[in-house]
Design a protein around this ligand. Structure first.
Ligand code: NDP
Length: 448
């Protein structure tokens, strides 16, 4: 693909020659660089300082062997990654993902995106991401613990409260963070807030589990308000049924919307009466079961095999909260045909570039993940502040700060889009607002 600026296009072409197999990463870079054309053309300082060449290359990328023993006594080996992308505005910060489809390309795309997302939160956090091709699904608690310990045996030398503070992501929840934290403490002989998403009894923040989902709904509410619309009385679809989806469902319901469909990687449920988030919580967080069992608790609901069909249902607003590239061009066309008025991304990059084109061309509201799902990392930033202060703030205090941050993120995206001649384009605005702060810090710090 060609980017309509010589400098940006040159950097992108060179990057695609160096990493032709890194599809997800290249897709994420192309998406950001395309939005930056007016910024690069407004000032030659970015090219003079080689900002784009530097911002697309991680400062450090670590790949390591993780050897562990399963319950049957068999030795297992996985690959671990930590990509420390950019530390211009603060210590590296970003989640760990454990899933069988994790590759270097996926972690690089997530780390690249994280740099801009963290910048948008206004908190001092650089960008990073990590993980492994280990899939916790179907593993016993003992296997999960041994894997997490083996993973930390290498990771601990690359992280620290002022260096790099990992968190959770897909497949890494409170249980995994606990095991990772315990092993870090043992190896480093040091008690510090080196991971976020910790349990409340050992330095976690209230409202962290809720933060990404609640934040998504606060962001969507701000955007809808600007368009004289509201979640109240609307019908919404939320894909996924993990951390982000569950708390999105809770906040959407509290704000007066009806959540009519949710999914997991096997299938989806529909209930026009509104899905009960408390039942989803019980199934997913307590029983660690499949979403198909929802119909055993709520007989008015129906279960369908296959997750993509979820977008065929009629809704006012769609919230993809499961995984990357889950809304294809065809699904986007169906949403348009069904009269959907907005798509707000909760997962990281859940819409393909072709889907985004369809969504925007047809005038639907669209919020990109790096802006609308920044609530999780924002509260992780607040957890770091509480750890540094050795204090714990109340749920209301943290939730209030989260709401304020999400509204500010929306405003800064809208203002940047307006300033650079693309009013209403929140995708471009997010890329520009996130980029400017990081680029200015990089220029101030010289060529390092
Ligand atoms: P979880 O592991 O808690 O949940 C992921 C959910 O998505 C599970 O219900 C999973 O189902 C489902 N899923 C996976 N693949 C598909 C698919 N192809 N179709 C439908 N459902 C699918 O992860 P999170 O909720 O934490 O993360 C979800 C997304 O949000 C990711 O993109 C993540 O990077 C992003 N995110 C998360 C943040 C957080 O704070 N947790 C912060 C910012 C972004 P199954 O049980 O079958 O695997």
């Amino acid at each position: 693909m060609a980017i309509k600026n010589d400098y940006l296009d040159r950097v992108y072409t060179d990057l695609s020659k160096r990493y032709p197999e890194q599809k997800e990463f290249l897709e994420a870079v192309a998406e950001v660089l395309t939005s930056l054309v007016p910024v690069i053309e407004s000032d030659d300082k970015y090219e003079k300082n080689g900002i784009i060449e530097r911002i697309v290359e991680p400062e450090r990328a670590v790949s390591f062997r993780v050897s562990w023993v399963d319950d049957a006594g068999k030795v297992r080996v996985n690959t671990g990654y930590r990509i420390q992308f950019n530390s211009a505005i603060g210590p590296y910060k970003g989640g760990l993902r454990f899933r069988d489809n994790v590759t270097l390309s996926v972690i690089k795309f997530l780390g690249f995106e994280q740099t801009f997302k963290n910048s948008l939160t206004t908190l001092p956090m650089g960008g990073a991401k990590g993980g492994s091709d280990f899939d916790p699904k179907g593993k016993s608690d003992g296997e999960i613990m041994r894997f997490c310990q083996a993973f930390m045996n290498e990771l601990y030398r690359h992280i620290g409260p002022d260096t790099d503070v990992p968190a959770g992501d897909i497949g890494v929840g409170g249980r995994e963070i606990g095991y990772l934290f315990g092993q870090y403490k043992k190896l480093a002989n040091n008690w510090s807030g080196v991971l976020t998403g910790k349990g409340l009894s050992y330095g976690g923040s209230l409202a962290r589990p809720e933060a990404t989902g609640f934040g998504l709904m606060y962001f969507a509410s701000a955007m809808l308000k600007d368009a004289n619309k509201s979640l109240k009385g609307s019908k919404v679809i939320i894909s996924g049924s993990g951390n982000v989806a569950i708390y999105s469902c809770q906040k959407a319901t509290e704000l007066g919307a009806k959540v009519i469909a949710m999914s997991d990687s096997n299938g989806y449920i529909v209930d026009e009466n509104g899905i009960d988030y408390k039942v989803i919580k019980e199934i997913k967080e307590v029983k660690r079961d499949r979403i198909s069992t929802y119909i055993n608790y709520v007989p008015t609901a129906k279960y369908y095999v296959g997750c993509e069909g979820i977008w065929n249902n009629k809704c006012d607003y769609a919230f993809p909260c499961a995984t990357q590239n889950e809304i294809s061009k065809e699904s986007a066309e169906t949403l348009v045909k069904n009269g959907t008025k907005g798509v707000f991304e909760g997962a990281n990059m859940p819409s393909t570039p072709e889907a985004i084109e369809v969504i925007k061309k047809n005038g639907l509201l669209f919020s990109p993940s790096k802006a609308s799902n920044a609530g999780g990392v924002a509260v992780s930033g607040l957890e770091m502040s509480q750890n540094a202060e050795r204090l714990s703030w109340s749920f209301e205090q943290v939730d209030g700060m989260l709401k304020d941050i999400m509204e500010k993120i929306y405003n800064s995206c809208a203002e940047a889009a307006e300033k650079y001649g693309m009013p209403g384009d929140i995708q471009a605005g997010a890329n520009i607002a996130g980029f400017l702060k990081v680029a200015d810090a990089m220029i101030a710090q010289g060529i390092v």
